[in-house]
Design a protein around this ligand. Structure first.
Ligand code: 5GP
Length: 201
């Protein structure tokens, strides 16, 4: 499986906004919709943002071997299904996985050609500010997310590229460069060159 882009980053790094922008820009990018047991948030749609499932259903899927990778994040279960990967790959499409570092580790182990990008905040202060804004105040949940973010940051050697989200426009420009470079990899465009080499009648 050569057509996988993994995008990870600690909670509050602005990753979701950047992923939405990329999906609007590149028609060949397909978002991998994960399964999760966490409750749906306001504005989220089942089947678009996640496949929201019960703990029982998730456990049954695990038992049946239906996940390529799965992880527990912030007290909930998340997983990428084989079905999702199969349905959205092929025909020049590139699958975008928004997954945590545990998921990135599993996917890289199974598909080493996947490109793994880590989005990080510019400073710790900026991350704290974003988490505080999100949670309204630096309460228990925000503190827990900050501790989790620090743990995630330590996993950076797993990734091929790091994008610093200092401001959205430049982080987005960096991501676009990476997507274009990925698209132009020889292994993906060899067909074009072979066509040129075909003897003319
Ligand atoms: P949220 O609940 O805020 O949407 O996501 C929480 C974290 O779970 C994020 O870091 C996100 O990247 C990660 N995540 C979402 N789907 C998956 C998945 O299928 N597998 C793994 N390993 N992590 C996921």
């Amino acid at each position: 499986m050569r057509n996988i882009i993994i995008i990870s980053g600690p909670s509050g790094c602005g990753k979701s906004t950047l992923i939405h922008m990329l999906l609007n820009e590149f028609p060949e990018l397909q978002f991998s919709v994960s399964h999760t047991t966490r409750p749906k948030r306001a504005g989220e749609l089942d089947g678009r943002d996640y496949h929201f499932v019960s703990e029982t259903r998730f456990a049954a899927m695990v038992r049946d071997g239906r996940f390529v990778e799965k992880a527990a994040v912030h007290g909930h279960h998340y997983g990428t299904s084989w079905q999702e990967i199969r349905a959205k790959s092929g025909q020049g499409r590139i699958l975008v996985l928004d997954i945590d570092v545990q998921g990135a580790r599993s996917i890289k182990a199974k598909f080493p050609e996947a490109m793994a990008i880590f989005v990080v905040p510019p400073t710790l202060a900026a991350l704290k500010k974003r988490l505080r804004q999100r949670q309204q105040q630096l309460d228990h949940e925000a503190r827990r997310r900050l501790a989790a973010a620090m743990k995630e940051l330590r996993a950076y050697p797993l990734y091929d590229y790091v994008v610093v989200n200092n401001d959205v426009a430049s982080a987005y420009a960096d991501l676009c460069c990476l997507v274009v470079a990925f698209r132009l990899q020889r292994t993906r465009s060899a067909g074009q060159v072979r066509k040129l080499l075909r003897p003319k009648p």
